[in-house]
Design a binder for this molecule. Structure first.
Ligand SMILES: *Cc1c(COP(=O)(O)O)cnc(C)c1O
Length: 386
């Protein structure tokens, strides 16, 4: 399927891959197959579906679609981004070692340190912005490198091609979390990654109305093992949620274009604002990895973090916003604004945050696709109180 779709453009794939018109009725949309089981004609004879934990046609459609968007050979969807990341880790075994970025989505080190170390997995955190740090951290038992680029919330990049060369040399698999850029702006598999993971909760769904996660694979063995994990462990995405993502993805290209357009304008506005001390956005020319951003990504997206100077300042402005909604999550059509130190990165503790540069004055914004003038006016009036 992925091969067949390769010649088609991104938007065409996002609308059609994995979803031909319904053979029974001609419906242009894949139905929500709300069924837990499938009737069999006789013992051992069925239409390819037996029980919905194992497979479901709505899920199959989404998996084919997302594989086509990332250029993978297959994809497996899970109940959340964290369930997808956990599923990848179950491909490892006790005694295996993972090298990870030191600035990941807060829930990832929580899973690694507080759950998976109990099962004998070992994790080392390094600044993956420099691929040499990855190489230095590799041990005899290292099986996987896990990278998020850009990072949350500091928007630091890792050079996917450079890290992938280290992994090739050492025969280790590279997993890239592509949630912030979506396949529209960044194609990690083309740059040498072995697997891509997403929280589909964010840009892929795009409407803040459902959780989900996906792993996109480059090798049939990965897809087979993950299908087995779906069946064995059961953290699958429900048919309704699959359908929501299928619907969301159809407009991914136009949404990402608008997110990027608004993101650039908001970043420039913040960078020139007297109350803002610093802006972290890969599309600003003074971002230390601007050149890498231009070569590795085809847009800069709409995730921006900025320094207000203190917890009191952050609190004052966050209480004042009207259009920007104070809340966790990102990647929806609406602008969401958050405070990493007390929200997404609270679990790291003060020391952990200081180590990677997350201060109490940092504010993160996921710029939505509202009229950008309204977002700017809202930020202007909120910043006026600090
Ligand atoms: C939200 C997020 C996750 C976790 O996904 P859930 O769907 O919330 O479980 C993982 N990685 C990144 C970068 C995220 O933003």
């Amino acid at each position: 399927m992925a091969k067949k779709n390769e010649r088609l453009g991104f938007s065409t794939r996002s609308i059609h891959a994995g979803q031909p018109p319904d053979p029974m009725t001609g419906a242009v949309n894949v139905p929500i197959y709300a069924t837990s089981t499938y009737v069999q004609e006789e013992i051992g004879k069925n239409k390819g579906y037996e029980y919905a934990r194992v497979s479901n046609p709505t899920r199959t459609a989404l998996e084919e679609n997302l594989a086509a968007l990332e250029g993978g050979i297959g994809a497996k969807v899970f109940a959340s981004g964290m369930a997808a990341i956990n599923a990848i880790c179950t491909l490892l075994k006790a005694g295996d070692h993972v090298v990870c970025g030191d600035n990941l989505y807060g829930g990832v080190p929580r899973l690694f340190n507080q759950v998976l170390t109990g099962f004998g997995l070992e994790f080392t955190y390094v600044d993956t912005a420099d691929a040499r740090n990855v190489e230095k951290a590799v041990r005899k038992n290292t099986r996987m490198v896990y990278v998020e680029t850009p990072t949350n919330p500091l928007m630091a990049l890792s050079d996917i091609a450079a890290v992938s060369r280290v992994c090739r040399k050492k025969k280790i698999e590279l997993v890239v979390d592509n949630t912030f850029m979506s396949p529209y702006f960044q194609q990690p598999l083309a740059l040498g990654a072995d697997m891509v993971v997403h929280s589909t909760t964010k840009f892929l769904n795009g409407h803040s109305d459902g959780l989900g996660g996906v792993v996109v694979c480059t090798k049939p063995q990965q897809a087979e093992k993950l299908a087995f994990v779906q069946k064995a462990a059961g953290a699958i995405l429900s048919p309704f949620e699959c359908w929501l993502v299928l619907r969301g993805v159809k407009t991914l290209a136009v949404r990402m274009e608008q997110h990027d357009h608004n993101g650039r304008i908001v970043a420039e506005f913040l960078a020139s604002h007297s109350k803002v001390k610093k802006v972290f956005y890969p599309g600003l020319i003074d971002h230390p990895q601007y050149d890498l951003a231009c070569s590795q990504m085809s847009g800069f997206g709409s995730m921006i973090t900025f320094e207000t100077g203190s917890l009191a300042n952050a609190n004052k402005m966050l209480k004042r916003v009207r259009i920007c909604s104070l809340g966790e999550s990102l990647g929806g059509v609406e602008t969401l604004i958050s405070h990493p130190a007390t929200m997404t990165h609270a679990a790291l503790g003060e020391k952990g945050r200081r180590k990677i540069g997350i201060t109490d004055g940092l504010v993160r914004i996921s710029v939505g696709i509202e009229d950008v003038e309204d977002i700017l006016a809202d930020l202007e009036q909120a910043l006026a109180v600090i």
